[in-house]
Design a protein around this ligand. Structure first.
Ligand code: BTN
Length: 265
């Protein structure tokens, strides 16, 4: 496939040399696009998806000029410090099941970070990763659907690897692997580990469904057992994650309510 979506001179294969040569990771990373700078890896991956790129296509950038997070927020990262990755998936699932993929990504990312650092990483619903209570990574899934259902999902993962200074708004709540371990970390082994864990969990998902990832998420959750609030309607203790990836909350009056998407406090 010849893609003319962007200037190929902007690709920098020296950024992740082993991955650029092609590793036997499986589906994830079989097409690999490392960039110095893009607006958002999500945008590049989405364009590649529309041009017919295969499932498992990975876009990674050293710098994003318009990196985005959930709920319309910006995702700011110091150039060259962190992992900014988007992965193209083509799951055959109904739109309502897309939140499962965010949680699956969180499980895979958690295992990759824990495997690389030895530090315990917890998942916070819907899809933040925490180190000692501070956010070290976030996940953003964006789906395109048509009459036949899901066309593709672009799953974006931002991991704070070597950034040590954060914007004042998030300074008290954010951390990085370098801050948590006391030394800078190489990004390529972490990206390899991330793609390997994602490969594993996506294969499990396709074979037997969401159950195993759901159990792994629940075992490592920072949310279950906590008091949470969502909007004005729902407040209570988070007691479970359901089959669709919704958070189940028991209100003070004992009623169980589902939080399907969005933020909790
Ligand atoms: C969040 O916690 O709000 C989600 C953050 C997702 C950030 C990643 S970085 C790579 C990809 N490209 C983007 O523009 N966003 C995602």
């Amino acid at each position: 496939m010849t893609l003319r979506l962007f200037d190929h001179a902007l690709l920098d294969r020296s950024l992740y040399p082993r991955l650029a040569r092609g590793l036997p990771i499986g589906v994830m990373g079989r097409a690999f696009y490392p960039f110095c700078s893009v607006d958002s890896t999500q945008n590049i991956a989405r364009e590649l998806a529309s041009a017919g790129a295969p499932e498992g296509t990975v876009v990674v950038a050293d710098h994003q000029t318009l990196g985005r997070g959930r709920a319309g927020r910006s995702w700011l990262a110091e150039p060259g410090a962190n992992l900014l990755v988007s992965v193209l998936l083509r799951p055959r699932i109904p739109v309502a099941r897309v939140p499962q993929l965010s949680l699956l990504l969180a499980v895979a990312s958690r295992e990759a970070i824990e495997g690389q650092t030895g530090l315990p990483v917890r998942v916070r619903w819907p899809n933040d990763l925490l180190l000692a209570g501070r956010k070290v990574a976030g996940i953003l899934t964006e789906a395109a659907s048509g009459a036949q259902g899901i066309l593709h999902v672009v799953a974006g993962i931002g991991i704070n690897v070597n950034q040590t200074e954060f914007h004042e708004e998030i300074r008290e709540r954010a951390t990085s692997l370098a801050l948590a371990t006391g030394s800078p970390r190489e990004r390529e082994p972490l990206l390899e580990a991330l793609l390997a864990r994602l490969n594993h969990w996506y294969a499990v998902y396709r074979e037997v469904g969401f159950g195993p990832a759901r159990s792994a998420w629940c075992r490592n959750s920072a949310t279950l057992g906590e008091w949470v609030a969502s909007g004005r309607e729902i407040a209570g203790t988070a007691v479970d994650l359901d089959e669709d990836g919704a958070l189940v909350v028991r209100t003070a009056s004992g009623v169980l309510k589902r939080v399907v998407a969005g933020e909790i406090l």
